[in-house]
Design a protein around this ligand. Structure first.
Ligand code: HEC
Ligand code: HEC
Length: 468
């Protein structure tokens, strides 16, 4: 059957459901409906506090809790440095992702400490269920596996739980304690709004107040339309709306994206009906090991014994191997993130080692056929004049004679068996033909750009690489 028809129908049916569920209008048209009644999803969304009273600001449809959350989200005084808010790393002008091309951001009391991981976008997080070792896969075909939860390793069960991590992390907002955060909110201009939302005695118990701060940040992310605008070209296309005609290049890209024998991207970045009534989030919330190269630009990685293995730690601590190297099927797994707005990013994967979308796709395409352009070679000699056929799009642009490629250099050998073997990362031999051609890679980039929010049909280019 024609793929376009299937995708269009699925999205239409789900859009109708989503509107009934009161939160969103599909295709980016129209404002959010009364957000006070929002009940998006289960799990991650379940802990929304009941909103209290009428909005303090009648111009907003946000609940009081979410209005507090909005103030908190942009408040730089909530950091040890006095210079950093949530928005400093999760910039609304960059789809709530990082505002720059750094692999990891700076933070800490003097804004001099480096984080360990790339900053994810905060868009479309609201459907994410809490982490489970055996989460049902929304595709209805794949066996249940690790899925759900927030951060790259799923260690936070709700958005509220997640919000406490950066507030207290010494490399991020670096507050000494929850009580220290509460004291800052108490001194803030919006303290009266906090009291209006949570009661006249809301500052008396610092532990309860800190919980409410986290809940308010969650409410803001759940309710504000800017976190789930569904205003991409793809949304127009999927909803059969005017302006949603994909160009030939984008159409070929979509086909590659879902073709199990080519990109096969959809098998993890799932674009069908998702969990909790969602649709086309371009993730199935699952965790896999794809073994991106170690990023030497991350200061923590200068210690060879520090290896970020995702679900099995060390940042997450409930799935640690029983001894170093002991069997553990969770090592190396990271969350398959949504690909919505991915083309607005300039650092990719959990460690930000890749800096362009094209390069990210090249990695998928040639990790196995040309591991020497992604992973370091030891013991070789640099070739004075590289072969004309030596690819220049990898992380390593020196061609070596002899030596050994350290494939999967950021995961101990004991865990290489955890690495996923689906297309396009199917473990084919070095030197063999990659699954996709150069033209395929270009078409896939064109398609992924249709997932950027804020699309204006009138701005559709009539020339350029993605038109034909
Ligand atoms: C210094 C930069 C920085 C600041 C400041 C920051 N974050 Fe983050 N945020 C990150 C990084 C890095 C991650 C990924 C963490 C991980 O995987 O361990 C993340 C992850 C998240 C996630 C999980 C997203 C997902 O894909 O699962 C949420 C939600 C989030 N942050 C919300 C917030 C909120 C709310 C604040 C303010 C209280 C905040 N962040 C402040 C860097 C930052
Ligand atoms: C086997 C599951 C799987 C398949 C198939 C897959 N991905 Fe991914 N993708 C992941 C996982 C897991 C991550 C995160 C890995 C990490 O950070 O270590 C990821 C991350 C990404 C990122 C980085 C996003 C960000 O915010 O940093 C991009 C871009 C991406 N994938 C694109 C694609 C494309 C394009 C395809 C098809 C060619 C594809 N993926 C196929 C699982 C998959």
């Amino acid at each position: 059957m024609n793929k376009q028809t299937i995708v269009g129908r699925v999205a239409l049916a789900l859009c109708a459901g989503a509107v009934l569920a009161s939160l969103y209008s599909c295709g980016g048209k129209g404002p959010a409906t009364n957000a006070q009644s929002s009940t998006a999803g289960a799990g991650g969304a379940a802990a929304i506090p009941p909103s209290t009273g009428t909005p303090a600001n009648p111009a907003t449809s946000l609940s009081l809790a979410a209005q507090v959350g909005q103030q908190l989200f942009f408040d730089v005084s909530l950091s040890g440095s006095g210079k950093q808010s949530c928005a400093s790393c999760h910039d609304p002008a960059h789809a709530y992702g990082p505002p720059n091309n750094l692999a990891v951001q700076l933070g800490g009391p003097n804004m001099a400490d480096s984080g360990n991981r790339a900053v994810p976008s905060l868009r479309y997080q609201e459907y994410t269920p809490p982490y489970a070792d055996l989460l049902d896969n929304p595709d209805g075909i794949s066996a249940p596996g690790p899925g759900g939860g927030f951060t790259w390793d799923g260690r936070a069960g709700t958005l509220a739980e997640q919000a406490t991590i950066p507030l207290l992390d010494p490399h991020e907002m670096a507050n000494a304690s929850g009580a220290a955060v509460v004291a800052k909110v108490k001194a803030a201009a919006y303290a009266p709004l906090f009291l209006q939302a949570y009661g006249a005695n809301a500052f008396n118990d610092p532990a309860a107040a800190f919980k409410n701060i986290a809940a308010a940040l969650q409410a803001f992310q759940l309710e504000d339309i800017s976190f789930h605008p569904f205003s991409s070209k793809f949304d127009l296309y999927a909803g059969n709306k005017i302006g949603g005609n994909l160009t030939p290049a984008e159409t070929r890209g979509l086909k590659l994206f879902s073709d199990p024998n080519k990109g096969n991207c959809a098998s993890c970045h799932y674009q069908g009906a998702g969990l909790n009534g969602s649709s086309a989030l371009f993730t199935d919330f699952s965790y896999e090991a794809i073994s991106v190269p170690r990023n030497t630009a991350i200061p923590a990685n200068s210690d060879a014994s520090f290896i970020d293995m995702g679900v099995c730690g060390p940042l997450r601590t409930d799935h640690l191997p029983s001894a170093p190297g002991a069997a553990n099927s969770f090592c190396g797994m990271f969350k398959a993130p949504t690909l919505r707005n991915v083309a607005t990013r300039s650092s990719f994967f959990h460690n930000g080692v890749i800096h362009s979308l094209e390069q990210a796709i090249r990695f998928y395409n040639t990790r196995d056929t040309n591991p020497e352009i992604w992973y370091p070679t030891v013991g070789g000699m640099a070739k004075a004049k590289p072969d004309a056929s030596f690819p220049t799009y990898g992380l390593i642009t020196t061609q070596y004679v002899g030596g050994k490629v350290q494939k999967f250099d950021d995961l101990p050998a004991a865990y290489h068996g955890n690495i996923d073997t689906q297309m396009p990362l199917d473990g084919r031999k070095a030197g063999s033909t990659p699954p996709m051609t150069d033209d395929d890679v270009a078409d896939l980039v064109c398609f992924l750009k249709t997932l950027n929010d804020g699309y204006q049909p009138s701005s559709q280019p009539t020339s350029g690489p993605c038109t034909n």
